[in-house]
Ligand binder design. Structure first.
Ligand SMILES: Cc1cc2nc3c(=O)[nH]c(=O)nc-3n(C[C@H](O)[C@H](O)[C@H](O)COP(=O)(O)O)c2cc1C
Length: 139
C-alpha cells in the first residue's frame, strides 16, 4: 500500500458548505476504493494523509489535485506502508484555527511552514507527530 501526505491552500471562494461536500464525497469514494486517512483544515490550508492500494490512490490523487476548491498542492511525504495508519477512518476530519491553540504538538509549526511554502523536509518531524496524534485518536 501507498501513503501520501500533502498540503494545499483552499481557494478564495472556499466556504463551510464545501467542506461538507468534500467530506461526504471523500468518505463515499474512499470506502469504495479502500482508501483511508485524515484531513485537517486550519485557517485556509489543508493537510491530508491518504493511504491504500497504490493504483487507486494515485488515480484519486490526480482527481483531488485537479479540484478547483484548492491549489498549491505540495506532497510532503510519500511512502509504501505494510499497515494502515488510519484503519478506522474513510476520512477523519478536524477543523482548527490558530485561536484554538495547538491541539497536537507541532501542528501550528506545520501549518506555518505550509503557509510560508517552506521546505517540507524541515516540517517532517512535526508532521509525523501530528499524524501520530491523529492515528491514536482513530483507534
Ligand atoms: C482538500 C480536499 C481533499 C479531498 N479528499 C478527497 C478524498 O480523500 N477522496 C475523494 O474521493 N475525494 C476527495 N476530494 C474531492 C475530490 O477532489 C473530488 O471532488 C472527488 O473525488 C470527485 O468525486 P466523484 O468522482 O464522486 O465526482 C478532496 C477535495 C479536497 C478539496
Amino acid at each position: 500500500m501507498l501513503s501520501i501526505v500533502y498540503s494545499s491552500k483552499a481557494t478564495e471562494a472556499f466556504e463551510e458548505a464545501h467542506l461538507v461536500d468534500v467530506l461526504l464525497r471523500s468518505r463515499r469514494n474512499n470506502r469504495r476504493l479502500a482508501l483511508s486517512g485524515m484531513l485537517i483544515y486550519r485557517d485556509g490550508y489543508f493537510l491530508q494523509a491518504i493511504e491504500g492500494p497504490e493504483a487507486e490512490l494515485r488515480e484519486r490523487m490526480t482527481r483531488i489535485a485537479a479540484d478547483p476548491r484548492h491549489s498549491d498542492i505540495a506532497v510532503l511525504l510519500e511512502e509504501t506502508i505494510d499497515e494502515r495508519m488510519f484503519p478506522a477512518w474513510t476520512m477523519g476530519f478536524q477543523e482548527t484555527d490558530a485561536q484554538a491553540g495547538d491541539p497536537a504538538p507541532g501542528l501550528q509549526a506545520v501549518f506555518d511552514d505550509i503557509a510560508a511554502g517552506r521546505d517540507p523536509v524541515e516540517t517532517v518531524p512535526s508532521l509525523r507527530e501530528v499524524i501520530r496524534r491523529f492515528q491514536s485518536d482513530s483507534r
